[in-house]
Ligand binder design. Structure first.
Ligand SMILES: Cc1cc2nc3c(=O)[nH]c(=O)nc-3n(C[C@H](O)[C@H](O)[C@H](O)COP(=O)(O)O)c2cc1C
Length: 191
């Protein structure tokens, strides 16, 4: 058996280059709904999605990123440094018509949290594959700031959720090169 190269799993690429071209939010919502068919092993699905669309929401997000970096820094950040960080985020994702933050419910129980994070990863990958099929590009972003409570607090994301990633959606305007993968024979081993 050979999986055809046009199979959605093999076709998907991360898309870093962001275009400001509008996206149909209704389509994105349908893709998220479908991504929610991911497996999960808790009473309710562990994933949550926060949307950032307007300039005001984007500014709040940039400020949250700055708060996240500030919480990580050894010394208080100067106002100039904070402004630089906000500008750099603006350059990275500001053009995106729709930014998603995906989180997972966490409880402090190792097994439950492991299962929740795995389920949300499956949800994310479902979404990335479905979106790429509709020429909507994603890149899983896990900047250091996502691990900071200060980042979450600024956005009103509850403390019992773990931020899994930020996804600045974009129309796919050019096909990024495929990142090569090792042959399965290199990582499949007999016990
Ligand atoms: C959990 C996770 C976190 C990631 N974080 C980042 C990130 O912070 N910045 C980035 O440029 N890419 C990030 N990526 C994207 C990977 O770099 C990308 O998937 C990889 O290079 C393979 O490329 P492909 O997705 O086009 O196959 C992340 C991917 C995963 C699974």
């Amino acid at each position: 058996m050979k999986i055809p190269i046009e199979h959605p799993v093999l076709k998907r690429r991360s898309v870093k280059k962001i275009s400001s071209e509008p996206l149909d939010k209704k389509v994105v919502m349908e893709l998220l709904e479908a991504a929610g068919s991911a497996p999960f092993h808790s009473k309710v699905e562990p994933w949550h999605v926060y949307t950032i669309e307007t300039d005001a929401q984007k500014n709040r997000y940039f400020q949250a990123v700055v708060e996240g970096f500030a919480a990580k820094a050894d010394a208080p950040l100067t106002e100039a440094k904070k402004a630089d960080l906000a500008t750099s985020q603006q350059k990275k994702v500001g053009e995106s018509p729709l930014i998603l933050i995906v989180t997972s419910t966490i409880t402090g129980d190792e097994k439950k949290d492991f299962e929740a994070i795995c389920a949300v990863s499956a949800f994310i990958q479902n979404f990335q594959i479905l979106a790429f099929e509709k020429e909507i590009g994603t890149l899983w972003r896990s900047g250091k700031f996502i691990f900071e409570q200060a980042f979450q607090e600024k956005l009103g994301i509850p403390a019992d959720e773990k931020v899994m990633g930020v996804f600045a959606l974009t129309r796919v305007t050019e096909l990024p090169a495929a990142k090569s993968r090792r042959s399965a024979s290199e990582w499949i081993k007999e016990i």
